[in-house]
Write a protein that binds this ligand. Structure first.
Ligand SMILES: O=P(O)(O)OC[C@@H](O)[C@@H](O)c1c[nH]c2ccccc12
Length: 263
């Protein structure tokens, strides 16, 4: 079984357990439930911002441990002060070392768009994302068919959140395009082999319809590449490891964003 299938199989069990522990009725009591989310689309289009969506990721199946002792409070605040357009918080525990609690902490210290980064397969997780204070959810085309994308996307949008659809190739893009998503992310990392290649973004950009905000994801480490991706039409840049591998990820983000020369 490849890692992606393993993660999803594990996730199904996890979600069933969560449903028992925290039923939807309880999630709906969260103070965030009636709140209005912050639009990632709008933040990515602000000219005073970098377009960087800075990620909090302790570990990953491809890199192992990246940063075991990160302070979510300090890093999330620092990322935003450094000029990031939004935050991405991994909430998967078993493979990425995150937790729903991480998202709650980031939410409580920041007014900015926050993406819940997880493997969404069930409507329960969308409701849970809302209850944690997320503004955006991720849907991964490699693990969902179009019907599922539409169902989860519609629910998220109905709760006021935006939806980032992640694709890795033309086939995934073509079979999953729907107006139930707001942004399209091209993952430069092949989730089956873990290799990253920014060419994936360059090749797919022209095939993405104009009404979606375009995000390039993974393997980004060079400010010059960000500038090139911007010229190609990308407005968002999802970055984790380049920042997280430093003891102080927020400092690395500040240095990086400075090099993008945003006025
Ligand atoms: O650490 P990187 O190479 O900068 O990548 C960040 C982000 O794109 C990556 O964490 C990611 C993209 N899509 C995902 C789906 C699930 C988990 C993680 C991811």
């Amino acid at each position: 079984m490849d890692i992606l299938s393993e993660i999803v199989a594990n996730k199904r069990k996890e979600v069933e357990a969560s449903k028992e522990l925290y039923p939807v009725k309880l999630l709906e009591k969260s103070m965030y439930f009636d709140g209005k989310p912050v639009s990632l689309k709008k933040y990515l289009q602000r000219e005073d911002k970098s377009g960087i969506i800075a990620e909090i990721k302790r570990k990953s199946p491809s890199k192992g441990m990246i940063n075991a002792h990160v302070s979510v409070e300090r890093t999330s605040i620092g990322y935003m002060q450094a000029g990031a357009s939004g935050l991405s918080v991994l909430t998967d525990k078993d493979y990425f070392g995150g937790s729903p609690e991480d998202l709650k902490v980031a939410r409580s210290f920041n007014f900015c768009p926050i993406l819940r980064k997880d493997f969404m397969i069930d409507e329960y997780q969308v409701i849970e994302a809302k209850s944690l204070g997320a503004d955006v959810i991720l849907l991964i085309a490699a693990v969902l068919d179009k019907k599922e994308i539409e169902k989860l996307g519609k629910l998220a949008q109905g709760l006021g959140m935006e939806v980032l659809l992640e694709v890795h190739n033309e086939e995934e893009l073509e079979r999953s395009i729907t107006d139930k998503v707001d942004l399209i992310g091209v993952n430069n990392r092949n989730l089956k082999t873990f290799e990253t290649d920014v060419k994936t973004s360059m090749d797919l950009v022209e095939k993405i319809p104009a009404d979606f905000v375009k995000v390039s994801e993974s393997g980004l480490a060079d400010p010059e590449i960000i500038k090139e991706l911007k010229k190609e039409g990308f407005e968002g840049f999802l970055m984790g490891e380049t920042f997280m591998k430093n003891g102080r990820p927020e400092k690395a983000a500040k240095e990086f964003i400075k090099q993008l020369e945003i006025e």
